[in-house]
Design a protein around this ligand. Structure first.
Ligand code: PEP
Ligand code: MG
Length: 574
């Protein structure tokens, strides 16, 4: 059936492909009885899913991405072994026959029994294996539900698999890096949730907040994802498909054109230089940073090294990852943000009990509460500073004492390295994120203590407007153009610039070409964004006349009527 769904656009471009349903499988497993004569077929379906999951794990183990935690391979092996065990591979077959239940139900029943047995044992190691069983079962459930993705006969070789999910966590998304998916669509999520940010970094069309896509779409169905408009066309007719193919070709042509700007220095028409830096999540992202011709890394979200694993990365492992990036950038600046864990990026097992994770023990608060972990990261960063131009960035600072305490810990980490004679950059700069309104409003307190500032507009908007950036129910209230947000952004840029403290924007606003001139007009000269967005922003910078932009940007700032703000922005971008 041909129909259209509307959601929030996350990452521009058009993909035509076929649906691959991905689920939080345990929650969605169907339970139903089957007829006696359907039992052999149901057992065969179960066996096939086990077989596919084994293949999937083997393929994952063979392609562990560079920079992924070393333990990832070991966990994949452990999961494979669990699948070999008859308690998972055989007992559900018996349950299907004995109880005449569908394969998903049999598997979930057996999983619950195993988990119960594990829980009864008072052994921490075994207790942890419980989570492994759940993860492995989830994989098999996904294989059961997402029947083999058979592309329809009309699909050509270039057409891609489009992930359709109710929700994806940032940890799930990071695993999708390097997989050749053509697009992502989810039922929930806000446009600046970390999941959406990662989809954007993959540079493939993506839509969030589609509400019922996961239920309405069938595996293998043809989809068109229009990531610029947030439109998802399900089972399109040939005329619609041809229209989108033309738009897709135009989009690709535009991307090819932009590539020519790679080595062009970023400056406005009147010759004012503008620094365009990149945001990354893992060392493997460096390749795209180079392809985009970024002048530095303005935000390395180091917490992604800590996700999808049971243990914490050691100081050495972190050091190697940071050094890899520092070296690869060959003397260009690399801003390493210290662990911003919590909220939607919880370390496994952590954060689940927090009543309000976005307002809880997140980022610098978490690190200061875990001084050993923080010190290990600071030492790893300092050691890497010997191999490139590294800076430290503290996330979510709101209080002077948080900065003071962090600086004291940097000093302590330096002393620990000195004791061992380990070299590091003695003049390493330490900056802070301005992403809590309190920090923007009490800026001198931070300017006095820090070497540079970076505006995290994603959180600044979330906390200024009191809306959860991951919740699509309030996504329509997430507005970078809200006068309160613009005031905080402009004030921070202007006050820091006046005070001689370098300031950047590393939130998603920096990567939106529609906002480039506005930010330039506020005085911003350093933008950090995902590499995929960099050339579009550069194109906008190159076509900007500051003499025209500045007064218009100031008028936007004085404006309190949202309709007029948008009118002025259109004028600014004309
Ligand atoms: C931000 O909040 O704008 C930011 C850059 O950090 P993150 O998106 O990782 O919270
Ligand atoms: Mg943030």
């Amino acid at each position: 059936m041909n129909f259209v769904l509307h959601g929030a656009p996350v990452s521009a471009g058009i993909t035509i492909g076929y649906a691959h349903l991905v689920s939080s499988a345990r929650l969605e497993a169907a339970h139903y009885e089957i007829a006696e004569d359907a039992v052999p077929a149901e057992i065969a379906r179960f066996d096939a899913a086990i077989g596919r999951t084994k293949q999937e794990l083997a393929a994952l183990a063979a392609h562990v991405p560079q920079g992924a935690p070393a333990e990832l391979g070991a966990f994949l092996d452990l999961h494979r072994m669990m699948l070999e065990d008859s308690s998972l591979s055989h007992r559900p077959r018996e349950l299907i026959a004995e109880r005449r239940c569908n394969a998903e139900w049999a598997l979930v029943m057996q999983m619950e029994k195993l988990v119960e047995q594990f829980e009864a044992l008072d052994d921490a190691y075994i207790g942890e294996r419980k989570a492994d069983i759940q993860q492995v079962v989830e994989r098999v459930l996904k294989a059961l539900m997402g029947a083999p993705a058979a592309p329809g006969p009309a699909l050509s070789a270039e057409e891609k698999l489009i992930v359709v999910a109710h929700d994806l966590s940032p940890a799930d998304m990071i695993l999708f890096k390097r997989h050749q998916f053509g697009g992502f669509v989810t039922d929930v999520g806000g446009v600046t949730s970390h999941t959406a940010i990662l989809a954007r970094s993959l540079d493939i069309p993506a839509i969030v907040g589609l509400h019922h896509a996961r239920h309405l779409i069938r595996e293998g169905e043809t989809l068109i994802v229009d990531g610029a408009q947030g439109v998802l066309v399900v089972d399109p007719d040939p005329i619609v498909r041809a229209q989108y193919q033309r738009r897709q070709a135009a989009h690709e042509e535009r991307r090819r054109e932009l590539k020519r700007l790679k080595t062009t220095p970023a400056a406005t028409r009147d010759g004012t230089p503008v620094e365009l830096f990149a945001n990354i999540e893992l060392p493997q992202d460096i390749e795209e940073v180079r392809e985009a011709g970024a002048e530095g890394i303005g935000l390395f979200r180091t917490e992604f090294l800590f996700l999808n694993r049971k243990d914490l990365p050691s100081e050495d492992e972190q050091f190697e990852a940071y050094r890899e990036v520092a070296r690869a950038m060959e003397g260009k600046p690399v801003v390493l943000r210290t662990l911003d864990i919590g909220a939607d990026k919880a370390i496994e097992g952590d954060g689940l009990a927090m009543p309000n994770p976005a307002l809880g023990l997140r980022a610098i608060r978490y690190c200061l509460a875990e001084p050993l972990l923080f010190l290990a990261q600071l030492r790893a960063i300092l050691r890497a500073s010997h191999h490139g131009r590294v800076r430290i960035l503290l996330p979510m600072v709101a209080h002077a004492h948080e900065v003071d305490q962090s600086l004291a810990m940097v000093k302590q980490a330096k002393e620990q390295l000195d004791d061992k004679g380990v070299p590091y950059d003695r003049k390493i700069e330490v900056g802070g994120m301005v992403e809590i309104p309190a920090a923007a409003l009490a800026l001198p307190m931070f300017m006095r203590r820090l070497d540079f500032l970076s505006l995290g507009t994603n959180d600044l908007i979330q906390y200024t407007l009191a809306i959860d950036r991951t919740d699509d129910a309030v996504a329509h209230l997430y507005d970078p153009l809200h006068p309160a947000v613009l005031h905080l952004v402009a004030h921070t840029i202007q006050a820091a610039t006046r005070g001689g403290v370098p300031v950047a924007v590393c939130g998603e606003m920096a990567g939106d070409p529609q906002l480039t001139r506005l930010l330039l007009g506020f005085g911003l000269r350093n933008f950090s964004m995902h590499p995929a967005q960099l050339l579009s922003v550069k194109d906008r910078v190159l076509r900007t006349e500051l003499a025209v932009t500045q007064p218009l940007a100031q008028r936007v700032l004085r404006q309190s009527d949202p309709a007029k703000t948008r009118e002025l922005l259109a004028k600014l971008n004309a």
